[in-house]
Design a protein around this ligand. Structure first.
Ligand code: NDP
Ligand code: 8X3
Length: 254
């Protein structure tokens, strides 16, 4: 075990699946998120199933001080982060701009944009110091195309795409790779969070077609993270076969 990955948002969905995938490949995994019970549970599972080296760190990516102190608290033996998976993110609401909830907008901007920046600002200097590293940002089809009522979520994911490109320029002289993985519809807790816990509405998002599973994206993240040192996949868009664009999903009706 000589490679270390720090995953934000490892308590469910893509982040949790990535923690399992990388642990199964003998990576040392730093798992983070706000729900400590889930971090503890995942930690136990990874140790049991893969005999992994796991370090859970409970913090909110929106809380700049907590980000700083959590990463500062890493023991020296855990500070050599090889891969940063900036995955923590969320959507809140699906409303037109004239009636959207401003608290929803602020949560999305704070988490998807500012949170990603806070974590990157702490980890990038570590990578520069060690002369290697890979930052992988989870974008979205929503960052490439807007869709009806997606307004602020789409804007935050457009920001992730722009920041990925900008980070790549800044990291170029330091040999640090920067990649965006942009998924289409993945069946995780994403829609339940978007609809503020309304499971019925969330389940409706995935009816009539086969969405991606979190494990499908974890496998792609693994692929991009394991290319040879001279190869960087800059941007990868992964969609369900039944999804042609942000808003075009072919649903079968029984
Ligand atoms: P989930 O809701 O299943 O997982 C989101 C993760 O983000 C959770 O682990 C959650 O942990 C964490 N998170 C949210 N807010 C914070 C915060 N303030 N601080 C720390 N962690 C936070 O959704 P997904 O797995 O689907 O989402 C992961 C990423 O994938 C997001 O960036 C999302 O935008 C993106 N994405 C998702 C798609 C989809 O269709 N599902 C498609 C394209 C992109 P906790 O609540 O414990 O803090
Ligand atoms: C998450 C999926 O459908 O909101 O990024 O674009 S979607």
């Amino acid at each position: 075990m000589d490679q270390t990955i720090l995953i934000t948002g490892a308590t469910s969905g893509i982040g949790e699946a990535s923690a399992k995938f990388f642990a199964s490949k003998s990576y040392r995994v730093i798992i983070t998120g706000r729900r400590n019970d889930r971090l503890e549970g995942l930690s136990k599972l990874l140790i049991k199933e893969h005999n992994s080296e796991v370090l859970p760190l409970c913090f909110d990516v929106c809380d700049r001080q907590a980000v700083d102190s959590s990463i500062d608290s890493l023991p020296d033996s855990w500070k050599n982060i090889d891969v940063l998976l900036n995955n923590a993110g969320l959507s809140q609401g699906l409303d037109p701009i004239q009636s959207g909830d401003i608290d929803d907008w602020e949560r999305m901007i704070d988490t998807n944009v500012k949170g990603l920046l806070y974590v990157t600002r702490k980890v990038a200097p570590i990578m520069i110091k060690q002369g290697k590293g890979h930052i992988i940002n989870i974008g979205s089809i929503a960052g490439k195309e807007v869709y009806l009522n997606g307004n602020v979520y789409c804007a935050t994911k457009s920001a992730v795409e722009a920041l990925t490109q900008a980070m790549r320029l800044d990291m170029l002289p330091h040999g640090i790779k920067v990649t965006q993985v942009a998924p289409g519809a993945v069946n995780t807790e994403f829609s339940t969070v978007r609809f503020h816990g309304n499971r019925q509405r969330a389940d409706g998002v995935y009816i009539g077609f086969e969405p991606l599973a979190a494990a499908d994206i974890a496998e792609v993240i693994w692929f991009v993270a394991t290319r040879p040192p001279h190869v960087n996949i800059q941007d990868i868009l992964v969609m369900p076969t039944a999804q042609a664009s942000a808003a075009q999903i072919f649903r079968r009706t029984e």
